[in-house]
Design a protein around this ligand. Structure first.
Ligand code: FAD
Length: 457
């Protein structure tokens, strides 16, 4: 009975899709990227505007049903869904409006980076976003936002100018440096803890064509490449972004056929400065060891940001672990050399993202994102098609993590952390945690928004 009342209430307040268990399209609508997450919400609200988000938030609060909020559905722990609760799916809200004069863009709360980059790229502009085009602007920005442009332009959240937010009370408010400043501070790193962002406004930068792509090195040269990267990235020009990655060679034309399926240490490079300088920037890396295969050249920024989409089709099983790293020690590199070469599938990897440069010029307490002294964010990505491999592949991630975590900082990037990392949340926010709790108490005292790396009121 309660179920029917809730669904009816939603249908009367929402003009777009309200899909309840048993309705046509329900199985498609309840899917998230991680195939390991097989949850059955009571109702999914495909929100097309602020009023519909307010309606869903109101009904969730009044009914006591659990609420999940979903943007791009890429949360590996599956925070964008639940069992028997209400899901707000923001994917219909994906309009991007660019103001080329002011160099800003407004993006709906359910926009993906692919749509964002395409719209801003049409004006030769971009901001820091993720490296896969299907990831949501929402979850990625609210947790941090690490990508090729981070060294030059900061994290995605450093480029946030304002956000339109529906709070737990069902009010739509603006958060910026001059309005609801406490909320704006907390949104920038606090994940989905503080409300539903229906619109993000970003600062943009002139970035059109970049020079880059992946270079594959033999795994016996991996130590040399990692040691070179550690030194090079300290004071490389900030237009340079990129990261090393363990990678089983996919069957792509630029890789010799007899090497498909072999494991390499890849380096994915992105030079966002003048294209003609790209090769000279890469020279040091090329001098480390012979390159076994590569796909490097000039391309639109958006093209590099969708080049690896094929490795992450919906439905794979995912389990990830993460750490921040201030100093990549020889011992840590040895641990990478021990565990990386047994990367189990073509979809699995380990990336060491650089977050120095502009990211480090922001004070540790200027936004909720606390690890401004970290040089790197590492992520161990387990991703594979067959649930029968869950135990073995999860073990690869855990063993790798256990070897590297003691050589890293205590906290990890919230967006790369696993569902079993909840006890690391305080460490992740360091000195900012208590202030986050204060803001949480003000905007969400009953913890309506708790399906996230949760800051408990
Ligand atoms: P969702 O599952 O929809 O949401 C994740 C969390 O954010 C949930 O708690 C949700 O409630 C909240 N949320 C989402 N949108 C909103 C909103 N509008 N308002 C309020 N809360 C919201 N991270 C990087 O920094 N850089 C990368 O390059 C990168 N690449 C990735 C590639 C893949 C294949 C995957 C799976 C993840 C990647 N990530 C990356 C991690 C990514 O940032 C997180 O998974 C992030 O949570 C995804 O956001 P989403 O909106 O797609 O996910």
């Amino acid at each position: 009975m309660v179920a029917e009342v809730t669904v009816e209430k939603l249908k009367s307040r929402v003009s777009g899709g309200v899909i309840a268990a048993g309705d046509e399209g329900y199985d498609e609508a309840r899917k998230v990227l991680n195939g390991m997450i097989d949850r059955r919400p009571r109702v999914i609200v495909q929100a097309a505007g602020i009023d519909e988000v307010v309606a869903a938030v109101d009904v969730a609060r009044e009914s006591g049903l659990e609420l999940a909020v979903r943007g791009g559905a890429h949360s590996v722990p599956g925070f964008g869904t639940n069992d028997d609760g209400i899901v707000i799916d923001l994917s219909p809200m994906s309009t991007v409006t660019v103001d080329p004069e002011r160099r800003t863009a407004r993006a709906g709360g359910g926009t993906t980076w692919g749509a964002f980059n395409e719209a801003t790229g049409a004006h030769g502009l971009a901001t820091t976003g993720g490296i896969i085009s299907t990831t949501g602007v929402g979850g990625l920005t609210l947790g941090g936002g690490i990508g090729y442009l981070a060294r030059g332009h900061g994290l995605s959240l450093d480029n946030l100018v304002s956000a339109q937010v529906v709070t737990a009370e069902g009010r739509s408010v603006t958060a910026s440096e001059t309005e609801n400043e406490d909320l704006f501070w907390a949104l920038r790193g606090g994940g989905g803890n503080f409300g539903v962002v229906t619109e993000f406004e970003f600062r943009l930068h002139p970035v059109a064509e970049i020079y880059g792509g992946p270079l594959f090195f033999e795994k016996e040269h991996a130590g040399d490449v990692l040691r070179f990267y550690r030194e090079f990235i300290q004071d490389a020009p900030e237009e340079f972004g990129g990261f090393p990655a363990w990678q089983i060679a996919p069957p792509l034309p630029f890789i010799p056929e007899d090497r498909h399926g072999d494991t390499f240490l890849a380096f994915v490079a992105c030079w966002a400065g003048p294209v003609e300088e790209g090769e000279s920037i890469l020279k040091g890396l090329r001098d480390v060891a012979p390159v076994a295969a590569e796909h490097v050249g000039a391309m639109p920024y958006a093209a590099l940001n969708s080049a690896f989409d094929g490795l992450y089709p919906p439905g794979l099983q995912h389990y990830w672990k993460a750490n921040f790293v201030t100093e990549l020690t020889d011992e840590a590199i040895d641990a990478h050399l021990e565990h990386g070469p047994s990367v189990p599938t073509v979809n699995s990897t380990m990336h060491i993202y650089p977050i120095n440069g502009a990211c480090q010029r922001v004070a540790g307490d200027a936004t909720a994102f606390a690890y401004r002294d970290a040089t790197f964010a590492t992520v161990i990505v387990g991703a594979w098609p067959d649930p029968a491999d869950n135990e073995a592949n999860t073990k690869w991630v855990r063993d790798y993590y256990e070897a590297t975590a003691p050589l890293s900082e205590e906290g990890g990037y919230v967006n790369f952390m696993a569902g079993d990392d909840q006890e690391r949340i305080r460490a992740n926010y360091k000195g900012n945690y208590d202030r986050l709790v204060d803001v949480k108490r003000k905007y969400d005292p009953d913890n309506l928004f708790h399906l996230n790396q949760n800051i408990k009121p």
